[in-house]
Each structure stands twice: as C-alpha cells, then as structure tokens.
Design a binder for this molecule. Structure first.
Ligand code: HEC
Length: 216
C-alpha cells in the first residue's frame, strides 16, 4: 500500500518535472479556483474537499499511466465534469420553502423599502429572489448558506414577531459590511450595490424607521 503510494507520487512527480509549463499552468488554475471559491463565499471545507479530489485525480492519472500531460489533463476534465454532475444530486440548496411573512418594519418611506429590497432582501427576507447561479451546485450551496445565515440574524419580513438583529441595520450599512462584499463583486447582483448617495438616503430613512438602530 505504502510502496504503491510512493511509486504513484514519484511517477506523478516525474511527469510534472518533464512538463513544467503545463504543471505550472495547472497549479495556477487550481489557485484561481480556490480564490474564486473563497471570494464566492463558499464554505472552506467545500473548497478543501474539492481541492483534495482534484489533486487525487491528478496523482491517480499522472502516477499510474506515466502518460503525457495531455492525457492527464483530459482525464481530469472528464473527472471534473463527472464530479460537477454528481454534486447536482445533493439536495442541499434545492429547498426553497418560504418562511411565513409576519410583518415588516414601518419603513419611513416607499424609497427606504425599495432600497432595502434591492440591497438586503436577497438574504434577509422570506420572499427571496434566487439569482440564476443558484440553480447549479456548488454555487447553489453558497446561496443557500447565505440566505440561511442572513435570515437567522434578521428577516425583515418577520420583523413584527422577531426583530432579530434589526437594531444593527444602520451600523452594518454605515460600516459597509452589508451587503457582503462577495455578493456584488465582479458586477454580480448590480442592483444590490448602493451608490454613496443611495446609501446616505437609505440611512436617513432608516433613522426614521423604528427598530433599526440600538438608539431607539
Ligand atoms: C448575500 C446575502 C446577504 C445580503 C445581500 C445582505 N446580508 Fe446581511 N447578513 C448575511 C449573512 C450571511 C449574515 C450573517 C453574518 C455573516 O456571516 O456575515 C448577515 C448578517 C447581518 C446582520 C447582523 C449583523 C450583526 O453583527 O449582528 C445585519 C443587521 C444585516 N446582515 C443587515 C443587512 C442589511 C441592512 C443588508 C442590506 C444593506 C444586508 N444585510 C444584505 C447575508 C446578507
């Protein structure tokens, strides 16, 4: 067992040394994938497991066949597609049951509500709109975990029965921690990215909305 592992490693290492450019490119693609996973807000264990699967597939093909990198990369692409296909069967992220709506805050104006819906209701409401990328794993898992996490802190459509952390609303908008940076990066969900002016308008409205800051 150990000696087989050893020979797998040394023959994979041999292929990598014979094809340094392809190997370096491959490593770059891997790093890019990890960075994307983290930026998207995927949980770290998911990124870690994916990485292990990819490296194991690489070792298995490069180590066993001793074939050139073309073959190894071809089989990696195929195994990657199989993995992506299989993870679609995981039910997490498919359940879109809405929690009941019990009553929103008394927003100072219609504009205050509109801005809140644009920037916050993707994750802090009962009626959430799912982005297109929420239909495919693993990004569907990321979306599901953001919505579950967001609702558990505050669901503005259940404010009447459970205000949660609503009293932190003004603070998180002012310090820029909400909406989370990963949500609007790379032009994703552009409607959620508020301009400085919209942010100021929103805060002014929230200051006149009961329950939105600790000072009330
Ligand atoms: C992409 C999903 C998402 C969006 C959009 C979003 N949030 Fe959040 N929010 C979260 C998550 C997840 C948490 C849990 C804390 C964390 O993991 O950062 C959270 C936490 C919070 C908290 C609790 C923070 C604390 O320190 O107690 C408040 C208040 C909040 N969000 C308000 C807002 C407001 C206001 C907006 C709009 C300007 C907004 N959020 C937009 C996902 C989101």
């Amino acid at each position: 067992m150990i000696s087989r592992l050893k020979s797998t490693f040394s023959s994979a290492w041999g292929v990598m040394r014979r094809h340094p450019v392809v190997s370096a490119l491959y490593a770059l693609v891997l790093l890019f994938g990890i960075a994307m996973g983290i930026i998207m807000g995927l949980p770290l264990p998911v990124v870690g497991v994916t990485l292990v699967v990819i490296v194991a597939a690489l070792l298995a093909t490069w180590g066993r066949t001793g074939a050139g990198p073309g073959f190894a990369i071809g089989s990696l692409v195929v195994s990657g597609l199989v993995v992506v296909g299989l993870i679609q069967l995981v039910p997490y992220g498919r359940d879109r049951t809405q929690p009941p709506i019990t009553g929103e805050p008394q927003w100072a104006s219609a504009e205050t509500r509109t801005l809140m819906v644009r920037a916050c209701y993707h994750c802090h409401a009962s009626e959430v709109e799912y982005p297109a990328y929420a239909s495919i794993a693993p990004s569907s898992w990321a979306v599901q975990s953001h919505i579950a996490g967001g609702r558990s802190h505050v669901n503005y459509q259940q404010f009447a029965t459970n205000p949660g952390n609503a009293d932190e609303t003004i603070r998180v908008i002012r310090d820029g921690s909400m909406p989370p940076a990963y949500f609007t990066r790379f032009g994703l969900n552009p409607e959620a990215a508020l301009t400085d002016e919209e942010r100021a308008t929103l805060i002014a409205g929230l200051e006149k909305t009961p329950g939105m800051s600790g000072g009330d």
